[in-house]
Design a protein around this ligand. Structure first.
Ligand code: GTR
Length: 325
């Protein structure tokens, strides 16, 4: 599979340079783990339409959805090295590479989605964007991904005590591993595409995600107990290889930035509708949604902050986030 992905990526590189320099048409490749129609896929497609229109066809965007180019960790390497030009992923798999990206991943730091929007659309969002440049990518947009919650195949979770001993797949970030440990459960980071069979075969009891992912990855079929603990309100990130972005003319850079901004509004709208649709769908299919005692979860998170928010930059950022009203 890995070899196939690499081969495919190689062919794509060859395919992207069409035409001569005077009349160049460049197809930019973007990866997404989600299926066609998912709000992030549609957000990037919308960005691509605007870019194509406003550059009179000099640039277009091909979205390789459904993890066609590989799992997020691998595609992050591809966009950093320039094998692909664009990528839409969660922020969490960047946590080990971009220190500032851990701030939005911290459990219960954002009070609500509105609070998250204010922070990410403001000065702290800009600070995080700047930090990503050190990893060789330019952040074009932060997209919505709602709140992540735990679900499992064993039992309903009503309090932290119910989490004890359960095995959860977490997204690939140490913050999430330590969060699960702090709740008395066991965490296994693994690629998204392996979660369904992991739950089915009992390698893990469950995972954590938002309603649209729980729905479209069909995890609700194998893990029916969804507990709305809403431990993180973690945005997605849409990035572009920095060397490719830097080569654009200043006018084209503006077009890309403006198109990305407009795609955020579109994605947020699509997201809100998808959350409702997915929740209704999984409930109709027999998922049992419980709302656990959240305060217990919040109180258990102290060790995560003590371990990860250690340097002055992060301490200040956490304070700044809390101060945003
Ligand atoms: C989803 C997110 C994906 C992926 C996935 C995961 O919510 O949109 O990009 O990160 O979670 O858990 O791997």
């Amino acid at each position: 599979m890995k070899i196939l992905v690499k081969l495919a990526a190689g062919l794509l590189v060859a395919a992207s340079f069409i035409g001569n320099a005077a009349n160049a048409q460049t197809a930019l490749r973007s990866s997404d783990t989600h299926p066609d129609g998912y709000p992030t896929v549609e957000g990037v497609k919308y960005f691509g339409e605007l870019v194509k229109e406003r550059t009179a066809g000099r640039y277009s965007v091909e979205v390789y959805h459904s993890a066609q180019l590989g799992e997020e960790k691998d595609t992050i390497e591809q966009v950093r090295s320039g094998v692909i030009e664009l990528n839409r992923v969660s922020m969490a798999p960047f946590n080990g590479t971009v220190k500032e990206s851990i701030v939005p991943a911290l459990p219960y730091l954002f009070r609500s989605e509105e609070h998250m929007h204010k922070v990410m659309d403001g000065a702290i969002g800009d600070q995080i964007k700047k930090a990503f440049e050190g990893a060789g990518v330019v952040v074009l947009a932060f997209y919505d991904a709602g709140a992540r919650s735990f679900y499992n195949k064993q039992k309903p979770i009503n309090s932290v005590e119910d989490m004890k001993g359960l095995k959860f797949r977490v997204i690939q970030s140490d913050i999430f591993v330590d969060m699960v440990a702090a709740l008395g459960a066991n965490a296994t980071p693994m690629p998204y595409g392996e979660v369904y069979s992991g739950i089915e075969t009992g390698v893990i009891d469950g995972a954590e995600n938002n309603f649209p992912s729980y729905d479209t990855a069909k995890h609700f079929e194998v893990a029916k107990n969804f507990s709305l603990d809403e431990h993180t309100i973690l945005p997605e990130v849409f990035v572009m290889n920095k060397a490719v972005f830097d080569k654009l003319t200043p006018e084209d850079q503006e077009i890309f930035k403006q198109a990305a901004k407009e795609s955020v509004a579109k994605q947020r709208e699509l997201w809100a509708a998808k959350v409702k649709e997915s929740r209704a769908k999984v409930e109709a299919a027999g998922a049992k949604i419980t709302t656990p005692d959240k305060q217990g979860f919040i109180d258990a998170m102290k060790p995560v902050y003590e371990k990860h928010v250690t340097d002055e930059v992060l301490k200040k950022m956490v304070e700044d986030v809390r101060a945003v009203q």
